[in-house]
Design a protein around this ligand. Structure first.
Ligand code: ADP
Ligand code: ZN
Ligand code: ZN
Length: 743
């Protein structure tokens, strides 16, 4: 039986979608797998060419006699591309999508544009000699020559483009002056260095004993080939970043590189400067504001061995380093580590897979670890390190919970409780700063009672029901629906409805109450302009305002030593997004928001306003008690079989044709039942098929099926099984996507 390999012959250009099929010679089957470099005959003349295997097929795609055979395996060196292709294959297996999509995720595809070459024009003679020649040019009315020479006398070198552009001097004039020896042109392949022009001093810090111990244990473990990931659980300001930098230095001493992942929003100038001060030109950065060319340059620098450290969001994970020591993931609980597009990979799991290929170690850090990471430490799969205190010995802020239901009972209908109002007055008088945080994360139309705090939830899934335009409430998991009740089902109060205050309304309310306060607002609107985000934050840091009002954007990153009061306006809003992670997100947001208070000399105060003061995620956040939160939340996840207790697979079924979507959904439903027919009902669970949260977007009908299983690998098997079935059914009207542990 013949087998075939899909081979791509040119991965540097955007031809990833053109694999060619080759026959695998008999006897070579064992050695051919994704990522292997092979020598193949290519094109009409059968030139030999190097290619990469991206997949194995049992069937020929064209007539078998027209398929050429692989000539040999190319074992010269271990190309970084081989490794990244293997990683792409793993991503495709785990998360679904096509191999092409996976390859595009891991390989920096070179655009057709030429590598940018910077040319500079230098003055090649002394100033006095230049001045003499200049007067000759002027006398002869050779204005272009004079203009160029004069410009060079003022500043040398001048970028070539500026000469032909801004100075309007033609190439032939430049050549003439070059021939006369007046100027000289240099060119270099300019790897745009994002840090160029910055000079800073490194203030090397002596680690404290806790930090010291963590660094030495983690590096010891790496050297002893214990490659289990390490989780550093440490409050903000506990010195995690210093630990990361010490580990990176230790890896550099062994000639190894490191990747540091941070969420885009935390990719601030201050963070980058700290790394630059320590590692100089050996560190680079990737971020979303860079052009494709700039990003490609940084990948090239990494590949050519010019870098030891790459910092960036999710995609920096695929930096083509060939000998990795550490992959560090800061703020590992952030949802931005999960890709929103196909393949929907999670950077933490993918980092662990990549680290295996290098015998590298993954180090994760957070003040509020994700449940799934902390669970791994409790199961003994990962190592746990704790940094319980802030470095400078500053106290954690004092937190007070205000019950909004009793505010309403006593006649206060404002968004500001009496206590918060008093405190704002007090701080304005003392000329201290205030942050007001409106928790609107993933705000969806849940319905709650302002008298008793009751929220209408699905009785099957225990997530909030969502109000739709037809005035009915829907569950986004199982599709259950009900009419909107007129009074609270629990206490009979008519004050029931959706919560609709936005940051702009809050701003005008606060401004009315405190007419002399200087207020800044930060939300999606006010930050739309380029630099909007940075400029608002720096204005607040420079104390150009007394109050900063904002959404979750304000709770991360920046330190404001002047802030002594943080008000959280409606803490429970994020509890009611229709997502089983709602409590976890709420705990994280409240903990981070509280952490903004009292970063300077004066201790901070936090006021949490809520309709559910008895909710454990609010109580534990107020106590800054992660472990209690973890314990209570895990009980809920186990009870309802949600991740990380169980694994979850979400199948999206989209079609313009509703009946095609329905047919595919029930077909897959039957296939799933068939696949698990031998399994105990206690080990797996299916919800749906049902309509997606938004059942129809732009005339596309959307159906979903959720499958939960108590064993993760069982879902990988199911996904591959369904992919085969989908291929056989081959319905071009329906598109299907898989999502592992969706967020
Ligand atoms: P995290 O990453 O946990 O928020 P950082 O590493 O940024 O913490 O440390 C917080 C602040 O404390 C930084 O300004 C840092 O320079 C300082 N710092 C960290 N470790 C020490 C230390 N051992 N001695 C003195 N200052 C330190
Ligand atoms: Zn009620
Ligand atoms: Zn439900």
């Amino acid at each position: 039986m013949d087998t075939y390999a899909s081979v791509i012959v040119d991965i540097t250009h955007s031809k990833l979608d053109r694999p060619f099929q080759y026959r695998i010679p008999h006897g070579m089957e064992e050695q051919i797998h994704p990522g292997v470099r092979v020598v193949v005959p290519f094109g009409n003349g059968n030139r030999t060419q190097i290619g990469y295997v991206i997949g194995i097929d049992a069937k020929p795609a064209i007539a078998p006699e027209r398929i050429k055979e692989i000539l040999s395996i190319d074992a010269s060196g271990t190309a970084i591309e081989s490794e990244l292709i293997r990683l792409a294959f793993w991503i495709r297996e785990q998360y679904g999508g096509t191999m092409n999509q996976a390859l595009r995720t891991v390989l920096p595809v070179k655009r057709k544009t030429q590598a940018k070459e910077m040319r500079y024009v230098f003055l090649n003679v002394a100033q006095d000699e230049a001045a003499e020649v200049l007067s000759v040019f002027q006398k002869k009315h050779q204005t272009a020559r004079a203009r160029l020479l004069q410009a060079l006398m003022e500043q040398s070198p001048v970028p070539y483009e500026a000469v032909t552009g801004k100075l309007h001097v033609t190439a032939s004039v430049i050549r003439t002056l070059e021939e006369q020896g007046l100027l000289r042109i240099t060119s270099e392949r300019a790897y745009r260095n994002p840090f160029s022009g910055i000079s800073v001093e490194d203030t090397s810090i002596a680690l404290n004993p806790d930090q010291e111990r963590i660094v030495s244990e983690i590096s010891q473990r790496r050297k002893m080939h214990d490659h289990a990931p390490s989780l550093i659980f440490g409050v903000t300001g506990s010195g995690k970043t210093e630990v990361y930098m010490a580990l990176i230095e230790e890896a550099i001493a062994e000639g190894k590189q490191s990747i540091v992942l941070i969420p885009e929003i935390a990719l601030t100038y201050q963070t980058l400067i700290r790394f630059y001060a320590r590692f100089g030109d050996r560190v680079s950065v990737l971020h979303s504001k860079m052009s494709a060319g700039e990003r490609f340059d940084q990948y090239e620098r990494a590949k050519n061995g010019e870098l030891d450290v790459m910092i960036g969001p999710r995609s920096a994970l695929f930096t083509p380093f060939s000998n990795i020591g550490y992959i560090i993931i800061d703020e590992e609980h952030e949802s931005s580590y999960k890709s929103e597009g196909v393949p929907r990979y999670h950077a933490c799991d993918t980092a662990i897979e990549r680290a295996k290929m290098h015998s590298a170690n993954v180090v994760l850090g957070s003040a509020t670890p994700s449940l799934s990471s902390y669970l791994k430490t409790q199961q003994g799969k990962w190592h746990l390190y704790t940094l319980p205190d802030r470095v400078s010995g500053r106290p954690m802020p004092h937190v007070e919970i205000i019950d909004l239901r009793s505010e309403l009972r006593t006649g206060n209908r404002s968004v500001l409780s009496r206590r918060l109002r008093e405190q704002i007055h007090d701080r304005l008088e003392k000329k201290e700063q205030i942050m007001l945080f409106l928790n609107r994360r993933g705000y969806a139309g849940f319905v709650s009672c302002r008298s008793c705090g009751e929220v209408i939830k699905c009785s099957h899934c225990d997530v909030s029901m969502t109000l739709h335009r037809d005035k009915r409430l829907y569950c986004h998991y199982c599709g259950d629906a009900m009419d909107l009740p007129k009074v609270c089902p629990k206490c009979g109060s008519p004050y029931i409805g959706t919560f609709r205050a936005g940051t702009q309304q809050i701003e005008s309310i606060v401004q009315k109450e405190f007419p002399n306060a200087r207020i800044l607002r930060m939300d999606a609107d006010s930050t739309r302009k380029k630099d909007g985000y940075e400029s608002i934050l720096s204005a607040f840091a420079n104390r150009e305002a007394d109050i900063l009002i904002g959404t979750q954007m304000i709770v991360k990153g920046h330190d404001f030593p002047g802030v002594t009061l943080v008000g959280i306006l409606a803490a429970d809003l994020s509890l009611h997004v229709p997502d089983y992670r709602a409590s976890e997100r709420t705990f994280q947001l409240l903990t981070q928001a509280s952490g903004r208070a009292g970063r300077g000399e004066i201790p901070g105060e936090v006021i949490i306003q809520t309709y559910q003061p008895e909710h454990y995620s609010i109580l534990t956040a107020a106590d800054q008690d992660y472990v209690s939160f973890y314990q209570q939340e895990m009980i809920y996840r186990k009870l309802l079989h949600y991740p990380p207790a169980w694994e979850m697979l979400l199948i999206h079924i989209d079609s313009e044709n509703e009946s095609a979507a329905d047919q595919m959904a029930s077909y897959l439903d039957a296939q799933i039942n068939d696949y698990y027919k031998e399994e105990s009902k206690r080990s797996w669970q299916k919800i749906g098929p049902s309509n997606a949260g938004i059942a129809k977007i732009e005339d596309i009908y959307r159906k979903v099926i959720y499958i939960k299983h108590n064993h993760a690998d069982a879902l990988t098997g199911l996904k591959s099984f369904l992919e085969e079935k989908i291929e056989i059914r081959n319905d071009p009207n329906v598109s299907i996507q898989f999502d592992r542990n969706p967020m």
